[in-house]
Ligand binder design. Structure first.
Ligand SMILES: *[C@@H]1O[C@H](CO)[C@@H](O)[C@H](O)[C@H]1NC(C)=O
Ligand SMILES: *[C@@H]1O[C@H](CO)[C@@H](O)[C@H](O)[C@H]1NC(C)=O
Length: 395
């Protein structure tokens, strides 16, 4: 089951993850093996180093000196007669570096299914979340659902998040650099083999800011993905400003949990009151309070670098002509102001406006769900819809 070229220390991967091999220049360090939430997938976890360069945007901002400073910025962002993003956007600037990223590669735990893997899904989490969004708990795991459908998944903490590196949150942690890092990883994954057989297709899957990132990737590299599953995103922006206020952003380093001690104050998170998390992300009473609690307590960060650069990548993508699936929680506040049927189906508006190419299109409004579709009682319906979409498209 060998692959021809540079194999490095990943040889041990064979034993670790059901024959999943990477033909790659990436070295996985601190590698561990484990199961997904419900045990449908066996996963290899660890850190890789990626060198990337990108044309980021100079942002004329500094990390907040404290809460009053950050609160005023939130006011400025919602000010009448001012486009804050335009006001603080300077010219392009080249950034480059070698960054350590936390990654997870999962293949079906059932050896017979692992032998038949053809498709790998590349998962991109949203803001103030991390890789755990996709594999949160039994019954709330897209990684499990994909493995049960015979797919491999690649899941990671975006730069600045979780166990990945935390460089300058304003000038470095931006959409353009995220895109180049992802593009490099996709190049490697396209050469991955499972039990000696090459992965045939890579699907770009996103949630919220992760969906914006998938769009940024196909905007520059349309051949990176054979299909797209975009969740928690639409073309409707009315709810975003209100949600941003509801976040009640704080410098993460000031979070009373102490989990973010030492981070630059440009790393932000939702306020420490559960309501700051519920309002933008959940619809009561359609979720398990234990799931909510766990997600709130393990919430992650975002940065102004992201908040000010992701907006511009949500744009028409005529160069990408493959299949696209869009899934929204019916009551998503951020992207629909809690009614995704208003004034018409927002998933349909989005897919038709932004993907004018020829590919097959599919949409689903997941009932009884806010923004975090993977963490409401109806999560499984959204997963099943997306996996059916891939099957219909031969993936
Ligand atoms: C950055 O911009 C320069 C000048 O337009 C271009 O030559 C270069 O390829 C860009 N780099 C990346 C990583 O996109
Ligand atoms: C959502 O908007 C649609 C279209 O205007 C409307 O028919 C529907 O009643 C609204 N849904 C709710 C729950 O109010």
């Amino acid at each position: 089951m060998g692959v021809g070229t540079t194999f490095l220390r990943l040889a041990s991967l064979t034993a670790l993850a059901q024959g999943l091999q990477l033909d790659t220049t990436f070295v996985l360090s601190q590698a561990t093996r484990g199961l997904s939430a419900a045990g449908k997938a066996t996963c290899l976890r660890g850190k890789i180093k990626v060198s990337a360069a990108a044309n980021n945007t100079i942002l004329l901002i500094k990390s907040p000196a404290g809460q009053p400073d950050l609160t005023q910025t939130t006011v400025d962002m919602a000010m009448a007669g001012v486009n804050y993003a335009t006001m603080v956007t300077g010219g392009p600037t080249q950034v480059s570096g070698t960054y350590q990223l936390y990654v997870e590669l999962c293949v079906p735990a059932d050896p017979a299914a692992a032998l038949k893997v053809k498709t790998l899904q590349f998962l991109n989490h949203g803001g103030t979340l991390d890789h755990t969004y996709w594999d949160f708990a039994p019954g709330y795991s897209y990684v499990d659902a994909a493995a049960a459908a015979g797919h491999a998944t690649f899941n990671y903490d975006r730069l600045g998040y979780g166990r990945s590196d935390h460089p300058d949150p304003n000038q470095v942690v931006q959409a353009a650099l995220h895109r180049e890092i992802a593009h490099q990883m996709i190049g490697v994954l396209r050469k991955a083999t499972v039990w000696g057989k090459r992965i045939k297709s890579v699907v770009g899957v996103g949630h919220s800011a992760g969906s914006a990132l998938v769009m940024a990737i196909v905007g520059k590299y349309p051949a990176d993905f054979d299909a797209l599953i975009l969740t928690g995103i639409s073309a409707s922006i009315e709810g975003i400003a209100i949600a941003q206020i509801a976040f009640n952003l704080i410098p993460a380093a000031l979070d009373p949990s102490g989990r973010f001690n030492g981070l630059d104050t440009g790393y932000l998170t939702q306020g420490a009151v559960a309501q700051d998390f519920q309002f933008p992300f959940y619809r009561f009473p359609d979720f398990d309070p234990k799931i909510f609690r766990k997600q709130f307590e393990t919430r992650q960060i975002t940065t102004f670098g992201e908040l000010l650069t992701f907006g511009s990548v949500i744009a028409p993508q005529p160069a990408y002509t493959g299949p696209v699936d869009v899934v929204l929680g019916q009551q998503d506040y951020i992207f629909c102001q809690a009614n995704c049927s208003y004034p018409m189906n927002q998933a349909e508006i989005f897919v038709n406006a932004l993907f004018p190419g020829q590919g097959s299109k599919s949409t689903f409004l997941q009932p009884n769900s806010g923004h975090l579709i993977a963490q409401h009682y109806t999560a499984g319906r959204g997963f099943a819809h997306s996996l059916q979409f891939l099957k219909r498209n031969g993936l």
